[in-house]
Design a protein around this ligand. Sequence first.
Ligand code: MTE
Length: 314
Amino acid sequence: MYIKRRRGWEIPDQHATPESVFLNRRALLGSAAGLAATSVFGTGPAFGAGDSYPATRNEAYTLDRPVTAEKFSANYNNFYEFSTSKTVLPDANALKTKPWTIQIDGLVEKPFEIEVEDLIRKIGLEERLYRHRCVEAWSMSVPWTGFPLAKLVALAKPTSGAKYVQMQTFMNKAVAPGQRQFIYPWPYTEGLTMAEANNDLAFVATGIYGKPLANQFGAPIRLAVPWKYGFKSVKSIVKISFVEARPKTFWEGLQAQEYGFWANVNPAVSHPRWSQASERVLGTDQRVPTLIYNGYGEQVADLYKGLEKERLFV
Ligand code: MTE
């Protein structure tokens, strides 16, 4: 299997663009945004934003640091379907995200398909402030709009045989140049245990910064699991399957020794090629210590009792 080529989000910080250069580039992009906001941030709303956004903020979810400005988070993205660089625009804007149907299947009472807009109407939206920690050792803090994954699980009515939730990204080589590269195990697939999926922190995001997700963030619907490395937060989901066996994930399929199923944030377990002890805060010149479970241990540590022998954190 091909594994040697370095992927953009694997670049250890010491090999990454020096902070000063990075910040200058960000500043440039920031001023460009002032001149032509739409071309920098994408085409904006994927579907009728009017009624649902901005959603009421759920004040139970707070941050220990400022929200990352959109001009930084919207121009520093991982979306391998479109590019292995951090600049996924304008390629990502080629994806048509309206209408968008999600298939729910596997071990459920009755498989069904649902439009994202209908899903939003059925479940409703709220806003939550979450930290996001990429396995590359950078982080951001953003206001997601969406709903708890547990509500979607309830709607799907899984049967007792369901042990995992598997989520898949769209597959369309015509619009996603990355998917023409056969070395990757497309489509991008991720998974959670049923207990993880039902944890209140597991969130399905349809918006960010008070508006529908722009394409580079994974429009029109993605996952946000803030206690795990960012690669678990699969973008542009088209299929959610309830399964008995642990799904093989995209990065596990590519490089299992470096990217495991659990991927819980842990500063004590280094990536084979770099330390996870600290993180660069996107849009600042700060490096801060990384926290176990990305600071969400109180809500999620119980999920892993009895699993100590598993490779929980890689
Ligand atoms: N989902 C898909 N389909 N394709 C990807 O390449 N990258 C992951 C995750 N979800 C990725 C994906 C990684 S490595 C991270 S860190 C986050 O998306 C980045 O999310 P952001 O670009 O919104 O910051």
